[in-house]
Write a protein that binds this ligand. Structure first.
Ligand code: 8YV
Length: 326
């Protein structure tokens, strides 16, 4: 009997074809947005499920899917999976690190430039046919080159962003729960600062750290108050790392100069206060959204799934303490 696998969201045909070589696959190429109960219903009787960051896997879901052996997420972030609950239920949990690092780093630079150079404001003005020609003081922005840029989270993606920024001759600052090795700091030309000092000094603050109970509202009213009035905040990590309401207030009051967001507290719902503001760039969680990268992410998740249900020791396993019940 072929093992049964559910794919909860639309993936690439190649991904489904690859999985179908190994398993009896139920896919969702129509990309129907299953509600929670329907998703659980479809997961029942399956050996594994391939999910995205929009699917939440917790104890309640796992309790209703006793036969499940693996949860394979398409994405590097895993705050949508209760990994400890997976371990309690003997379910392997995997993610797809590495394959998206470069695309997400590119997007960090893209969002930073779009924000400091007010690109979307200008684009809106042109589209609204309100552009009446070039003026010397029109849409004046800030420079990325030679700025003091502070990266919060110097993991794989944070370090790749740092390398990208070298071309802009920035002064590179960083903070993280764990200080990087001296060689890494030297290679990147990055100066470690405690969080508050970084917030006080940076012209541009880029958030690229994992979302955990410890990083919930890592940036809230108190932190925004420490930042320069000319500062720019870029969030390319997870929405709830920033208190959106406090950010909207700080932007409205020009307590900080601008922000660029690719993620939001209650995605896809966006705090309506942000819509009223010109000094915020709003992108719809597309940091890894390039054809080759999303293809690679989907295939890596599929390979994790095949390994989980065959060898019981998939690469990219978030809970190695779970021995595979292949
Ligand atoms: C998602 C992401 O994968 O990888 C992550 O953690 O947030 C994105 O790349 C994407 O939203 C699809 O799930």
């Amino acid at each position: 009997m072929k093992k049964k696998v559910l794919v909860t969201r639309e993936v690439f045909d190649e991904t489904v074809a690859y999985l179908s070589q190994h398993f009896d696959v139920t896919s969702n190429q129509a990309n129907v947005n299953y509600g929670r109960d329907e998703m659980i219903g479809r997961m029942q009787g399956k050996d594994a499920v391939v999910i995205t960051t929009s699917d939440h896997i917790d104890d309640a879901v796992l309790s209703r899917c006793p036969g499940l052996k693996a949860v394979c997420s398409v994405g590097v972030g895993f705050n949508h999976i209760d990994v400890e609950a997976c371990t309690r239920h003997g379910v392997m949990a995997t993610h797809t690190p590495g394959v998206l690092t470069d695309s997400v780093a590119d997007m960090a630079i893209c969002l930073t430039l779009a924000t400091v150079r007010r690109l979307t404001e200008g684009e809106r003005m042109v589209r609204a046919r309100q552009w009446d020609g070039t003026h010397l003081k029109q849409l004046l922005g800030h420079d990325l080159h030679h700025a003091q840029v502070g990266i919060c989270g110097l993991g794989r993606i944070g370090q790749t962003i740092a390398r990208r920024l070298r071309g802009f001759e920035v002064e590179l600052l960083y903070t993280d729960i764990v200080r990087a090795d001296g060689e890494v700091e030297q290679a990147l030309g990055a100066t470690y600062l405690p969080k508050d000092e970084l917030l006080q000094r940076a012209d541009i603050v880029i958030l690229i750290l994992p979302y955990t109970p410890q990083t919930h509202h890592y940036i809230a009213a108190a932190e925004l108050a420490k930042m320069k009035p000319s500062a720019v905040l870029i969030n390319i990590a997870r929405g709830s790392i920033v208190d959106d309401a406090a950010l909207a207030q700080a932007l409205k009051a020009r307590q900080i100069w601008a922000a660029g967001l690719d993620v939001y507290e209650n995605e896809p719902t966006v705090n309506p206060a942000l819509f009223e503001l010109d000094n915020v760039v709003l992108s719809p969680h597309i940091a890894s959204a390039t054809e080759p990268t999303r293809q690679a992410m989907a295939m890596l998740a599929a390979r994790n799934c095949v390994a989980a249900l065959t060898t019981g020791s998939p690469p990219n396993l978030l809970n190695p303490e779970v021995t595979g019940r292949a």
